[in-house]
Design a protein around this ligand. Structure first.
Ligand code: SAH
Length: 417
């Protein structure tokens, strides 16, 4: 691989030796500037009908940004152990030795695990036959804390010489703070199974984002690009324009990030999240940060909002950060019933954002501004934060203009007299 990563990408210069097979970085061969332009055009195309789209916010150093690195393990015909990613659209494993978007230390740890397997006689899992033990490895590294969690995804809880294995791994990488065994014994394309067994350390890592400390468990969602997440959350909270008096809903809250960061500027925050591990982390995060004005509900966001709307509850601001599929009508119609003054929509898919904006703007909301943020450099995904408000923004302006007109006419009449 070319270590200097040709910035210009002239003539479609190949940058990563496996990019075609891996398929993870769709924008390889394109300069970073071009990538940003392309994303900006895409967002403009989809969202311009709703309002103003600001220029995309890109990264200064768009490399090694992924704080979560995942590798699938397998064997070549000749018995060589390989680890990397599935070739796009197949279940063939592409071996990866270096990746320009993944955290470097995490990549090194995965390759150390690869080299240890043989001496520990640990077999990699074979999807077709169901034999073998090690399926995947996931490494998460706290961007500011530096804490490292290694998750070994295995097909059975019986992991031979597990203590010695952890010892050997930590000898090579003493910076690892926790090692977890995740049991996935199902024939599934999901990476993680339901059961976690802590082999070393606390079973989770902590990281600081926008001044708050967050606990991250193997199963919880945590944005993969920490540098840009601070930019994104900063914008979302700025859009909310909180004064300390508001009742805020943080829907699809994950481990509570947005709501907890915003809680210092609000009266009360309610977080809603479906994943029970994420909710457990969120509650711990509130305590860990001494936050007492945020509560969490473990429920489907749509159903929960419907019952809040039926109970006649109110909210001043709704943050919503749904998965790629976007929100649903139950949720959106309840937003309309709850009638918050502002909705701050954080989206990782401009297509579903456009669909949901169509609903909200068809029911009294207006888009004030949209800000794309590049969270996934070299990849086609694009994140956008959008501010909607239900005030009729022109009303006040019109009154001002009317008054100004009134005085102008009055003054001009006075001058005429
Ligand atoms: N706001 C958080 C998480 C965003 S990811 C952050 O920035 O870190 C989207 C989250 O929505 C995930 O945590 C996922 O578990 C959750 N989720 C998915 N479907 C949901 C649903 N129907 N109701 C509530 N939460 C849901």
């Amino acid at each position: 691989m070319n270590k200097t990563y040709n910035e210009n990408g002239k003539n479609g210069a190949q940058i990563c030796s496996v990019f075609k097979k891996c398929g993870g970085c769709q924008y390889q061969g394109m300069s970073y500037k071009e990538q940003l332009k392309k994303k900006e055009r895409e967002v403009q195309g989809l969202l311009k009908p709703f309002g103003k789209v600001k220029p995309i916010l890109g990264m200064e150093e768009p490399y090694y940004y992924r704080n979560k690195v995942h590798a699938v393990f397998g064997r070549e015909r000749n018995g060589n152990i390989i680890s990397g990613t599935y070739q796009a659209g197949t279940h063939k494993i592409v071996n990866i030795d270096e990746c320009m978007i993944e955290d470097r230390k995490s990549g090194e740890i995965i390759r150390t695990i690869r080299s240890l397997l043989k001496s520990f006689r640990i077999r990699t899992y074979d999807e077709d036959t169901g034999y073998g033990l090690l399926r995947h490895v996931m490494v998460r590294r706290g961007f500011s804390s530096g804490q490292i969690m290694v998750v070994l995804v295995v097909s059975s809880p019986i992991f031979p010489s597990k203590n010695n294995f952890v010892k050997a791994l930590r000898k090579e990488h003493p910076e690892i703070t926790t090692v977890v065994l995740n049991i996935n014994d199902k024939k599934t394309s999901m990476v993680l199974g339901e059961r976690d067994i802590v082999l070393y350390g606390k079973g989770y890592i902590e990281d600081t984002l926008c001044g708050c400390v967050f606990r991250i468990s193997p199963q919880s969602f945590y944005q993969v690009n920490s540098v840009q997440t601070e930019v994104l959350y900063g914008k979302a909270i700025e859009y909310a324009g909180l004064t300390g008096k508001e009742r805020v809903i943080d829907a699809y809250c994950g481990i509570g990030t947005i709501g907890l960061i915003a809680s210092g500027q609000a009266k009360e925050v309610i977080g809603i999240e479906l994943n029970k591990d994420a909710i457990r982390d969120a509650r711990t995060n509130a305590r860990r940060n001494g936050i007492t004005n945020m509560t969490f509900i473990n429920a489907d966001a749509g159903k929960c909002m419907v019952s809040m709307a039926q109970a006649g509850e109110r909210a001043d601001v709704v943050f919503m950060d749904p998965p790629r599929a976007g929100s649903d009508e139950a949720f959106l119609s309840s937003v309309v019933t709850l009638n918050p003054e502002k909705v701050v929509y954080v989206s990782c898919n401009p297509e579903t954002l456009a669909r949901d904006l169509k609903y909200l703007t068809g029911h009294g909301y207006r888009v004030q501004e949209m800000q794309p943020v590049d969270m996934f450099c070299w990849c086609e995904h694009v994140e956008t934060v959008c501010l909607l408000s239900n005030r009729k923004p022109d009303t006040k302006v019109r009154i001002d203009v009317d008054l100004e007109d009134y005085y102008r006419i009055k003054d001009s009449k006075k001058n005429q007299n």
